[in-house]
Ligand binder design. Structure first.
Ligand code: SAM
Length: 293
């Protein structure tokens, strides 16, 4: 991983903070629903699984953790309460406001920032989370630029954990919620399946916003192109994210622990990697300068 600042990807605007990639992303998050996203429905599975995967790879507390695209602070909050020194960056002012407020109680800091051009110094964090930016950067060059920035600011050998939305997430979601019968959704879905680009020109609140949905091998390729060493590529929700079954079952301890055990058992099986909503690439910055290229 080279130490100098890399040029920004094609869609980024150096020197400005904000979502230069697409104004509809900012409009979507300005609705202010992000802070509650992981506390109900399918979000609980995503939250619990993300938490266990992050804990699997993060050094013990107190580690310096940079949460890039950390939103309203849902993960920063529990990490700070666990004793980590967390700083969150996000380009959406509302998220930074919400995270700053949460951070005052939980003990973490937040600031405006863009994954493609981080303010942090080289090798200044023990671990970097990037649970969001990759799927909002629709240009390949921007995603690799963001991963390179994560590789630059993490210490040699430190983990970078980058989430992606699976290529087939909107296919599963559209089938289970019936959206596929709506011509505008079907239209976008046809394209998403082919080339990964998801859009929501109607502004329908359940249809997300402009995003890029990865195939597992693309995520692997981008991580490696950024000069990181892939440690593992796993499905976050896996097959448990495919069906509309969480409501009413999540509170059932026997069901929940069986479901989590099964998801864990198949999390890295290539045949099921794209079965749920999200993928997680866990990578490390190479330790030696020679390996870093
Ligand atoms: C679905 S939210 C996820 C928030 C949180 N990390 C989580 O896991 O719940 C995606 C986040 O990525 C942020 N984001 C989008 N583009 C970004 C960029 N270029 N740099 C950093 N963050 C970005 C959004 O503002 C939003 O907060």
């Amino acid at each position: 991983v080279a130490q100098e600042r890399r040029p920004l990807g094609p869609q980024a605007a150096r020197g400005t903070v904000g979502l230069s990639q697409d104004p509809s992303i900012r409009r979507y998050y300005d609705q202010g629903r992000e802070h509650a996203r992981l506390s109900g429905g399918d979000g609980r599975l995503e939250f619990v699984r993300t938490q266990e995967l992050v804990l699997r790879h993060l050094p013990p507390a107190p580690a310096a953790v940079l949460d890039v695209g950390g939103g309203a602070g849902i993960h920063a909050e529990w990490l700070a309460r666990d004793g980590h020194r967390v700083h969150l960056v996000d380009p959406v002012p509302l998220h930074v406001e919400q995270a700053t407020a949460a951070g005052q109680t939980a003990g973490f800091t937040a600031a405006l920032g863009d994954a493609r051009a981080l303010e942090a110094a080289d090798a200044s964090f023990d671990g970097v989370l990037m649970l969001g930016p990759l799927y909002h950067l629709v240009e390949h060059g921007d995603r690799v630029a963001a991963l390179r920035e994560a590789a630059r600011v993490v210490r040699p050998g430190g983990p970078v954990m980058a989430a992606a939305i699976s290529r087939f997430a909107s296919l599963f979601d559209g089938l289970k919620r019936g959206y596929v019968a709506e011509p505008a959704f079907l239209d976008t879905l046809r394209g998403t399946i082919r080339h990964g680009r998801h859009e929501n020109p109607t502004g329908h609140p359940g249809w997300f916003t402009t995003a890029y949905f990865h195939r597992p091998e693309e995520l692997r390729g981008e991580v490696e192109e950024a000069g990181l060493d892939l440690v593992e590529l796993v499905a976050i929700e896996g097959p448990a994210g495919m069906f509309d079954h969480l409501e009413g079952r999540w509170e059932d301890e026997a069901w929940r622990s069986a479901a989590l055990e099964l998801v864990r058992a198949v999390e890295a099986d290539p045949a099921l990697l794209a079965s749920g909503g999200h993928l997680l690439a866990v990578a490390r910055r190479p330790v030696s300068a020679a390996a870093a290229g």
